[in-house]
Ligand binder design. Structure first.
Ligand SMILES: [Zn+2]
Length: 325
């Protein structure tokens, strides 16, 4: 499945073994339909049934383990908990994606923020039998206060930083999708990290012992974030080119996918859904499979976000120090 890393000079590289070109992971943000609909009573959420089946099939096909970012409140249903335990037992990493998928995390008071993280932390621990070690804030609303809470609970990484201006159209789309729920719309706007797109580091780094894994972006000045949903917004051809370019340029790459990437019209069952949950199943399955094939063929070693964060930590801690003369 491996091919020569992009940019290599074929004539010179032919007999040499392909150099290690880094690490890749797939981060599945398990944003449920229950969450999108406001958790209606008695709702049978296809995300925790047939949609997860499809993701598991893809994982088997490409022989990879996901990092699954779980919303704590979804685990109140025992069926959902059983499903998440099964994922953990199969070797997928389970991460913390807050209790209510609050998209304005950085604007919360300390108690509320702590509740969002810690309630989910213990619920996941109860369900899978071990404490989660990774966190991703909904809507990439990064905050140093959240990082401090994570550190105290023994977390190893925070994947909440979006160092790209191209995140703004997605945030705007999220806000508009919640026009009928003004409190959710307000949350998406009241995020306090609007400047991150302009000045945040684009490579992983250590902050007070916590590895920060920024969302991978294309190389160059206009760093476009690269996750699967962008294909829908900017066009698939352009997106897959950006994906190849980013894989070649970044030593650490992870690809964010959502249940909506494999949901289709048949899953909506007459419910008025957000547009992103609908669509033709075969087309969606082909697009996601194509993306996985590109990642799998990139020559990168597949891992989880936790595995990646440990390599980043080791590399940073053992980097030879430059001693000033
Ligand atoms: Zn999410």
């Amino acid at each position: 499945m491996t091919r020569a890393p992009a940019g290599g000079r074929i004539g010179l590289m032919q007999s040499a073994p392909p150099p290690s070109s880094g690490y890749a992971a797939i981060s599945l943000h398990l944003d449920s339909m229950g969450y999108a609909y406001g958790w209606p009573r008695g709702f049978q959420d296809p995300v925790f049934h047939e949609v997860l089946d499809r993701f598991e099939n893809l994982a088997r096909w490409y022989d990879l383990k996901y990092t699954v970012q779980v919303i704590g409140r979804d685990l109140l249903q025992s069926e959902h908990s059983r499903r998440v335990r099964r994922l953990a037992d199969a070797g997928h990493e389970i991460g913390n994606h807050t209790w209510s998928h609050h998209s304005g995390l950085a604007g919360l008071n300390r108690r509320w923020l702590e509740g969002e993280i810690i309630e989910t932390h213990y619920r996941i621990a109860e369900v899978i039998g071990r404490e989660p070690r990774g966190f991703t804030a909904p809507a990439w609303n990064y905050s140093e206060r959240a990082s401090e809470i994570l550190l105290r609970r023994g977390y190893r990484y925070d994947a909440s930083l979006l160092p790209s201006m191209t995140g703004y159209p997605v945030m705007l789309e999220n806000a508009l999708a919640n026009l009928h729920r003004p409190w959710r719309m307000w949350r998406s706007i009241h995020r306090r990290d609007w400047a991150a797109g302009f000045r945040a580091p684009r490579e992983p780094f250590l902050r007070n012992g916590l590895v920060i894994l920024p969302v991978p972006t294309t190389p160059g000045r206009i760093a476009t974030a690269v996750w699967h949903g962008y294909g829908r917004i900017f066009g698939w051809k352009r997106h897959f080119n950006a994906l190849r370019q980013t894989l070649a340029a970044r030593r650490y790459f992870y690809y964010v996918v959502h249940p909506s990437d494999l949901c289709c019209d048949g899953d909506l069952d007459g419910n008025p859904g957000r547009a992103r949950f609908g669509g033709n199943f075969y087309r969606k399955a082909r697009l996601l499979s194509d993306a996985f094939a590109i990642i799998s063929d990139s020559g990168k070693r597949m891992t989880t976000l936790l595995g990646m964060s440990e390599v980043v930590r080791q590399e940073i801690e053992h980097k030879p120090q430059v001693i000033a003369a």
